[in-house]
Structures are given as C-alpha cells and as structure tokens.
Design a protein around this ligand. Sequence first.
Ligand SMILES: Cc1ncc(COP(=O)(O)O)c(C=O)c1O
Length: 428
Amino acid sequence: MGAAESTQAFDVEAVRAQFPILRSLVHGRVPLHYLDNAATSQVPDAVLAAMRRHDETHRANVKRGVHFLAEAATDAYDAARGKVARYLNARADREVIFTSGTTGAINLVAHAFGATLKPGDEVVVSGLEHHSNLVPWQLLRDRSGIRLKFLPVTDEGRIDTGALDRVVSERCKLIAVTHVSNVTGAITDVPLIVRAARTVGARVLLDGAQRASHGPVDVQGLGVDFYAISGHKMFGPTGIGALWGRAEILSTLPPFLGGGEMIRTVTLEKSTWADIPARFEAGTPAITQAVGLGAAIDWHASVDNAAATIHTAKLAERVLDGLGAVGGKKRLDGGRLSAGRVRVIGPQTMERRFPVIAFAVDGAHPHDICQILDGHGVALRGGHHCAQPFHESRNLTGTTRASLALYNNAADVDALLTGLDDALGKLT
Ligand SMILES: Cc1ncc(COP(=O)(O)O)c(C=O)c1O
C-alpha cells in the first residue's frame, strides 16, 4: 500500500483531511507522523467547530439559570451525556457521570464505592495497570485498611486470568482492571473477570481509556459495573471524560466531592444529596468540553468503524513485521550484528489486541529513540507510560510506544520504520 493510498473500504485520506493538525510540519520542515494516540488523539474540524459554536451561541452555566442561554447550555450538556450513554450502551443517561477523564472517574469510584468498604475487604487490580488504576486503590488502602491484591501478567503481556481462582477470595469486593493495556495493547478477557467477581459477589470496574477510542462499547454486554473513559483519547477535547456505573449501584453511593449542584437540601448543620448523576458532579462542570466529547462521538459515528478497525489493524501488522526487520538491513549492509535487537513488549500478532505497540531496543534508551524519531516528524512516547510496576517486572526502565489511530496511514508506518533504522544506526 502506497503512502497516499487507502484500502477500498476505508478512505484514510478523506479522514485525515478532517484533522487540521495532520497538515502541520514538525520543526517547520518535516511532515507530522502522529503515533502517540494512546496518550492523546487529535481532534477533527467537527469537534473544534462544535465547541466554538457552543461558546459563541450557548455559553452559560448549566442547571442554575432560567434564562434562554442557561437553558440552551443545560440542553447541550444533557445532550452530550445522552451521546456518551448511547456510545457505551448504558441503560439510562443518568448512569453517565462527567469527570475530568479516566483518572477522575476511577478516583470517584475509589472514594464513593471505597467509602462502603471495611478494613479487610479486598480490591483486586493487576500488574498491568496504568497508575490511574493503581494509585487511587493504594490511597484507599492507606486510608481505610482494605487489602489490595494483584493479578499477575502473562509472558505475552496479558492479565493472567488463570490466577483468578487464587487471587479472588470471598473478601473481594471489587476487581478493577484495564480493558485494553496502554503498554501491550492486549485486550483483557472480561467474561472471565466478571465470572470470578460474580462468584464472590464482587463488582467489576474496567478502565476503558484505551478501548473507547476504537469504537462504541457495550457496557451491558460486558456485564461490568463501572466503566471509565477519557474524551481526549477519543478525538475529543482534554479535561472531559466519564464514569459509567449501574444506576442501582451509583444511587446507593455517597458523594465524592461536595459543592454546588450535588445537593438536595443544605442547612448549616447538614446536607442531603441530589440523585445521580448530579450527586457526583459538584461545581461547574466542563460544559464546552462535554459538548466537544458529544461532537467527537457524533463524528466517530460518521466513520465506518469496522473498516477503520481493519485499516488500523493492517497498519499495526506492518509495524509489528517492520519492527522484526528493523536493523536487519544494517546487518546485511554493514555486517553489524543488529537484527533482533527490537523486542515487542506484548502480543506479537494483532490477535486479541489493539494497535498500541511498545518495544524495547537493547542498548538504546527510549528517550533517545523518541528524540531521533522526532527529527523524522514521528511522534512516539518513550518511558514507562504510567505503568512503572509492569516495566519493572520486565526489568525495563522504559519502552518506546507507537500507538495508531484511524487517521494513520502507510506513510506514518514507513516514517516510523525508517526513523527507527536511523536511530538504531546512531545509538547502537
Ligand atoms: C489505560 C489508561 N488508564 C488511564 C489513563 C489515564 O487517563 P487520563 O489521563 O485521561 O485520566 C490512561 C492514559 O494514558 C490510560 O492509558
């Protein structure tokens, strides 16, 4: 497939044309090859326009005023909630709580659901988690005396569901794991997690930060209790995300943050709480960003997601193949023993994984690799990707990560592999 070519079913160039940033030149001279989508994806014109339109025509605070703009802003905010609810296949809009992102959503559960736990109760996470789904539980453990237990990770970089019987005990109240790893790209075997949790009456939280950018999610079909997402990884703005939770669970939980709009009554002595979702949205929310997230969901619906998934999987296969070959050319050319120095940390094929590809290069630091690749216009992430325990378990200080989105094309993959060849030549 040539640089500007696209698969018949998926016109990647037509998609790219909707993302103004993809036309930019890095350092004023090389085309941008944006492969850091697992950190933050880019925003299409439609999302930028929707946010601008909202602020130009409907800007006001929500749920507080009876004037025209206040009602229009409230309608726009509520409409965005409905869009998220449908994207996640929630049973009701009120099951969606707007948060600052996945981190905000998980902290909300760690506080509100955490407040219902007793010393000795257990929360199970895994060794593959982003710090956002680890540190809030450590903080809960330290303030409430719960026990934190860990599912191990397989050699392939998947959560080891074979260990569920051993790790999940009768005292387990919650299993909180990632849906898709932000390092290995592996998809978690959710049915096995849910079955283990149900056996002991525990709840399940999925960190959906890396999953939600790849198309609609079916929280009811997954059978989980809480689901956390970040708008900025789903072609939406930063500063907005959501927690989905089953209404019957959320309705029984105490608030996390106190303030305006989350109350029913307030006296100087005590307060009572509003129903969900307001109970968990204290203060002025990120209104324009919520509108932007709604627009991102609308935009995503305009794309053929099945074709986009095939498109990104094909590109990711090229990356995986290419990483195996990078450096090999050098060995043939210069007689240096350079082949096999790139190790993909995670599943080696695209089976049961998403296009998030982390790799280690013997003798080369990820930051140095990223810097050289930046000179080629390629945006990558180097480091532990907020998954320090997983990297330490592999004796790695960090990895280099290429993560693809539906607007990436063959030219992006070619630039990655060419740049990496250059980096290996310079660094090893
Ligand atoms: C798996 C996973 N969980 C949680 C987060 C945190 O998301 P946010 O920073 O948007 O709160 C990320 C972000 O990289 C992630 O990849």
